[in-house]
Design a protein around this ligand. Structure first.
Ligand code: ABU
Length: 371
């Protein structure tokens, strides 16, 4: 059945077919959570975030919301349906029988929590304690989609216990240093252990029948195995990027633009033996352009490589952050029409244009791009 704006349908098999319906996150009440193992491992040792926690300054929340609202309007003007989450009180602690943390994170970015595969939206386990309840912000939408679309499958992966056994002690040291971090990521020694299945949805890229999943800080091998068993009709392939000292979320590292074309972060090159799978199936992997900035904005978890964290609207159109001049230029050379979208002042809330969205509906069916 074709998409119609008057009827809710959940369906999205890949990152590039024409986007019709999407969720865009909100910055309301976002917090910098207190220290906890997996979160700390992602914060660079020289970052202005070290030792900080609490509600983000109101003026930064307002500015981020202004940008997210404008992005929403841009998408709506192009005929795309946009839904927004319902923030909860993120100052509330998270307490379970296994752990306690004094505050939560926010409802940015949805891509980390929600994985849309075909007619299903799957809530990820998550791997940070402060993000344990984040799925609640999306429950009103999930409930609505479930009521309105009889084909929608709403699924939730098993909630993890997130005890200390989930995290490697050696990552808790104050000063690890980049060299040691790079050695560890090359050895696939990440902050999360194999205690139980863990994954963030933003570690998964959808290529029709193939799900490409980054093994790193936020997704462990058991998480990848869980996805494999959960999606038995898919091929689930683990990848890793040894050049990344803080490997969380694949979408500032590996960005498919259309069938046959992927941008790869040149500092986080996919190893040759993992490239073969793509090469053999006629996928070209090109180095992404350099970011336009030397540093992330203040109080930001992410790297400058949010430059390549783009949202593809269809085979010819892509949203790129408006200050990322080199990335825009490269997209144009690759034959894409670029929609510049201002978002840099919202990066601190958890990511860029791909991160701050989650697919609900794209045209197209489940194709095999690796026959
Ligand atoms: N959430 C994507 C962040 C990746 C990066 O910091 O490069």
């Amino acid at each position: 059945m074709n998409w119609s704006p008057d009827k809710t349908q959940v369906k999205s098999w890949n990152e590039w077919d024409t986007l019709r319906h999407v969720i865009v996150g909100k910055a309301d009440d976002c917090h910098i959570p207190p220290e906890e193992p997996a979160l700390d491992a992602k914060v660079p040792e020289d970052s202005d975030m070290r030792g900080q926690w609490g509600r983000r300054p109101q003026e930064t929340i307002d500015r981020a919301n202004e940008l997210l609202d404008t992005f929403t309007d841009t998408l709506r003007k192009r005929g795309i349906r946009v839904d927004r989450p319902t923030p909860t009180d993120f100052s509330k602690p998270v307490t379970t029988p296994d752990f306690h943390t004094d505050s939560q994170f926010g409802c940015m970015p949805p891509r980390d929590v929600l994985l849309t595969v075909g007619h299903e939206i799957l809530e990820a386990t998550m791997s940070y304690r402060c993000r344990w309840f984040e799925y609640l912000c999306y429950r009103p939408l999930m409930q609505q989609y479930w009521e309105e679309d009889p084909n929608f499958r709403h699924e939730a992966a098993p909630k993890p216990r997130l005890t200390d056994a989930d995290y490697h002690d050696d990552y808790l040291s104050e000063a690890i240093g980049i060299e040691k971090r790079l050695q560890w990521t090359a050895e696939k020694h990440f902050v999360t252990t194999e205690e139980e299945p863990l994954f963030d949805a933003a570690d998964v890229l959808r290529f029709g029948k193939d799900l490409i999943v980054q093994h790193g800080f936020t997704t462990n091998l058991k998480g990848i195995e869980w996805l494999r068993r959960h999606f038995p009709d898919h091929r689930v392939r683990a990848v890793n990027f040894p050049g990344d000292p803080y490997p969380i979320h694949i979408d500032a590292t590996f960005t498919p633009l259309r069938p046959g074309l992927i941008l790869n972060n040149p500092n986080r090159r996919l190893p040759d033996e993992q490239r073969d799978y793509f090469k053999k199936n006629d996928w070209e992997i090109v180095d992404a352009a350099q970011p336009a900035h030397n540093t992330p904005p203040p109080l930001c978890y992410s790297s400058t490589w949010l430059s390549m964290n783009v949202l593809v609207l269809d085979l010819k159109t892509v949203c790129v952050e408006a200050s990322e001049v080199y990335q825009m230029e490269q997209m144009e050379k690759l034959g894409m029409e670029v929609i510049p979208v201002e978002l840099r002042d919202a990066y601190a809330f958890g990511g860029g244009l791909h991160c701050c969205t989650a697919d609900v509906y794209r045209d197209g069916d489940c194709e095999d791009y690796f026959p």
